[in-house]
Design a protein around this ligand. Sequence first.
Ligand SMILES: [Zn+2]
Length: 288
Amino acid sequence: MKMDRRSFIESSARVGIGLAVTIGADTTSAAQSSTATRVRLIRHATCVIHYGGRTLLVDPMLGDQGVMPPINQSPNPRPNPLVPLPMSADSVLKGVDAILVTHTHADHWDAAATTLVPKDASLLIQPADAAKFAKWEFAAAQSVTETVSWKDIRISRTGGQHGRGAVGQRLAPVSGYVLAASGQPTLYVAGDTVWCPEVAAAIEAHTPDVIIVNAGAAQFLEGGVITMDVDDVVEVCRAAPKARVIAVHMEAINHCVLTRKALRAGLDRAGVKTPVLIPNDAEELPLG
Ligand SMILES: [Zn+2]
């Protein structure tokens, strides 16, 4: 929290200096803050991204604590989500211009999302989920095959592997998205994937400035991890040494065994130089 608040104050200070020599405090301040990129983790993989003056919501899981059963055949079986939504679902949805859905496993799009998201909301989805969203009567769900231009943002879909070997095939397909716009940092939402050739290719192709990875080392009783563990995050950092990495998808679903603290300790042990931000629920990260 401390670091986050300090960076927020620093970025506010920069805005303040800028406006003193240009066109008047309020106008410039408002203009800059409305287009500044920032990411707020809500809970698990649910994030609000302010990007290019637009507000995007990623993977809404909006249900109350404990409304879903434990994941089948998983360690630490407890009802999910393990923690409450840190604000009302209404306030998560307020002001959202579009929703990015990486896939429809219940920790990324839950029954509450199906009920609470307005049926005319702009949804950007992977083609494999189009039939589901049509059945749920979301009239403005748009499949992203490769790249779409939405408002002034280029949104490219990326691949991934939701586990290695048979488990990854069983859980496929999953997607990630890269957001790019003039004057904005390129932001890659990797989605539910381990480190794999698809993630390496996305980093190579888009050279993202910010990468949101789903950590947590989610796993069943057998088959290995299905989201990133420490080693996977380290690989992302090595592949993108100039990026800032944001790690989410922890401490909210029972089969995510890697905690924030353990991830931080593992990254420290590995001597990772790339900055890795590990937000708490409801914490907002200003990214400039
Ligand atoms: Zn997940």
